[in-house]
Design a binder for this molecule. Structure first.
Ligand SMILES: O=C(O)CCC(=O)C(=O)O
Length: 197
């Protein structure tokens, strides 16, 4: 694994080259806030258990999900506060928050890139982590398939530039070691692509 690690003010630059930029900022919100937001989201969000087709079978998506727009009158205030915190790391007109709830070590998200048709071109994706730490694996799509791994600690924000979605997949694998619950908030700029079906 070849992982550059440039720390500056609690921000680690994991990647910064022609393929894009990925930064991991620690302690973006205080630990007490991370704990409080985790509990409020866990208990307050109408979590959805989705199913998806895998080959010819329907299977459970191995995590719970919820999706919010940030531009509505009834957008939960906590999400607006969280978006403001994320904007201190990378400024962007985030207008959507996708929430993921990993109940334990068996929950995961398979390697994927964000669907670029649903993100405004050039805008980043920012992931705020709450709850238990889980490891994200970011793998280049093309040989030599460089691999980056990031411990997504609570209160941290991982920002991936738009172009990284063309060159890398990211995922949170299941793990053997027990893990407590984790919630991630994925902030995106959908713009005119918002909720196009
Ligand atoms: O939980 C995470 O940090 C990753 C979530 C993710 O990859 C996604 O929402 O597309």
């Amino acid at each position: 694994m070849n992982q550059p690690s440039l720390f500056a003010g609690g921000t680690e630059v994991l990647l910064d080259d022609a393929s894009g930029r990925i930064v991991h900022a620690l302690d973006v919100i205080p630990a007490t806030t991370a704990t409080d937001w985790f509990a409020r989201l866990r208990d307050g969000v109408p979590w959805q258990a989705d199913r998806r087709l895998m080959y010819d079978r329907e299977v459970d998506v191995p995590r719970l999900r919820a999706e919010y727009r940030l531009d509505l009158r009834d957008t939960p205030h906590l999400l607006l506060e969280a978006a403001a915190a994320v904007r201190t790391v990378v400024e962007a007109p985030y207008d959507s928050a996708g929430l993921n709830y990993y109940r334990d070590e068996k929950d995961s998200v398979a390697p994927h890139n964000d669907k670029l048709g649903f993100i405004r071109e050039g805008e980043p994706i920012a992931l705020l982590s709450l709850g238990a730490t889980r490891r994200m694996v970011i793998r280049a799509k093309k040989p030599p398939r460089r691999v980056l791994s990031v411990d997504m600690v609570p209160g941290s924000v991982l920002v991936m530039s738009y172009s990284t979605q063309l060159h890398y997949d990211h995922g949170i694998p299941k793990q053997a070691a027990p893990a407590g619950p984790r919630i991630s908030l994925a902030f995106r700029v959908r713009g005119e692509a918002a909720y196009r079906s």
